[in-house]
Design a protein around this ligand. Structure first.
Ligand SMILES: Cc1cc2nc3c(=O)[nH]c(=O)nc-3n(C[C@H](O)[C@H](O)[C@H](O)COP(=O)(O)O)c2cc1C
Length: 398
């Protein structure tokens, strides 16, 4: 049974409550990975290979969790990964997500498969906070109070646009120009999807985006997308046009936004991202939705961090389900973590409020983990804070 709202204490609680509200076809679409589900599962379980090494008797009364990114200061090192079709989870979809992200002052990446136009999504973050009805006002627990700078909604928001390597350069250009004019600061070029991964649920359920929803960034109406399956309608491209040598210089020539490569899992590709002057990489396997059996992202992270040598930003997503996971990823060298499904579950559970609850849980857990490990700033979170579980059951310092 789903826990009542005041017992929505963990991301798992929100996953259970949100998933229950979704029709089976939508639930399976959001929650599943590709084929045998190895990677989607391992993304989360791989975090259990690490244990924490806390330092004690540190004054943790004042912390600084804030992160500078895209020339902005965010409240803590978390962002919202691009996920498509959010209005299938809640009618306000990406608008609700954008409001919650702005309120928590963290960045949000907008999928090319968003169900609202990027202009409306960015503007939603700029709306003033609605007054809280008296009946809903509750005292803020100490642990929920922000430690970094809080802009709140009405702050600037911090949006990025996610781009696939599409068959049509014209469409890619159009998406980027719209996003840049709307105020997006960076591109997440999703590099792991020349074709879609095999997702059995979509084939078995003949998954289609529900009637009434469109993909305005791709200029596709509800009728257009109803006419095709998710797989057959995918517009990704795999051609020489989309090699490192042609894609990155071309992107540079048409936009001033930062260029990040999302979907990197190897040191070799981090080196290429450096060579082509990209601004950052997101170590990601698309939440286990592309090739099943690839490395869990937290397992790929150390080699990517080593290859980066501090010369390119390294972020990570996939399977992050607690503030302790965020802490572990930072200790392994990530600058910032991103989450996909937890936001969908928050939306399904209770729209904007549900997403806010997800972000507040992760903020509180991360802050408390810093306090209990004796870290006062993000720079204090180093490999020394972790030990790795060995196959013989012992642990070893990194
Ligand atoms: C339902 C769903 C839709 C997604 N859509 C996109 C997308 O449009 N573009 C993209 O680059 N990644 C997409 N992703 C991958 C996410 O950006 C992210 O890499 C992944 O969800 C992170 O893993 P997590 O869900 O375990 O947090 C999607 C993921 C899910 C679950």
């Amino acid at each position: 049974m789903a826990p009542p709202p005041d017992l929505m204490l963990s991301i798992e609680d929100i996953k259970i409550a949100g998933s229950k509200k979704l029709p089976p076809m939508a639930r399976e679409f959001y929650n599943s990975g590709s084929t045998t589900q190895i990677t989607v599962t391992e993304n989360t379980t791989a975090y259990n290979k690490y244990r924490l090494r806390p330092r004690v008797l540190v004054d943790v009364s004042t912390l600084n969790l804030s992160l500078n990114l895209f020339n902005q200061t965010f409240d803590f090192p978390l962002g919202i990964s691009p996920t498509g079709i959010q209005a299938m989870a809640h009618p306000e979809g990406e608008l609700a997500t954008s409001r919650a992200a702005a309120k928590r002052n963290i960045p949000m990446a907008v999928s090319s498969f968003a169900t609202y136009p990027v202009e409306e999504i960015v503007n939603a973050a700029r709306e003033p906070n609605p007054p809280t009805p008296k009946a809903e006002q509750t005292p803020t627990p100490e642990s929920s109070q922000p430690v970094g700078i809080e802009l709140g909604r009405g702050g600037r928001g911090g949006h990025l646009i996610q781009l696939y390597t599409l068959r049509s350069r014209t469409l890619q250009t159009q998406i980027l120009h719209r996003a840049e004019s709307a105020g997006c600061k960076a591109i997440f070029l999703t590099a792991d999807s020349p074709v879609l991964g095999v997702r059995y649920n979509e084939l078995r359920n003949d998954f289609r985006t529900p009637p009434g929803l469109s993909w305005p960034m791709l200029n596709l109406s509800s009728e257009d997308i109803q006419a095709q399956t998710h797989d057959s309608g995918f517009m990704g491209a795999n051609s020489d046009k989309h090699s490192w040598a042609r894609e990155i210089p071309w992107l540079r020539s048409i936009t001033n936004m930062e260029i990040w490569i999302k979907g990197v899992l190897t040191a070799e590709d981090v080196l290429l991202a450096r060579e082509y002057g990209c601004d950052g990489v997101v170590v990601s396997n698309h939440g286990g939705r592309q090739l099943d059996g690839v490395l869990a992202t937290v397992d790929a992270l150390p080699e990517c961090v080593r290859a980066a040598e501090g010369k390119i930003r390294v972020h990570v997503d996939g399977g992050i389900r607690s503030g302790v996971d965020v802490f572990k990823a930072l200790a392994l060298g990530a600058e910032c973590c991103w989450i996909g499904r937890p936001v969908i579950w928050g939306l399904a559970y209770d729209g904007e409020k549900g997403v806010s609850r997800v972000l507040d849980i992760l903020y509180d857990e991360f802050k408390r983990c810093m306090q209990l490990t004796g870290c006062r700033t993000l720079a204090d979170i180093t490999p020394a804070a972790l030990a790795r579980l060995c196959p013989d059951g012992t642990v070893a310092r990194l």
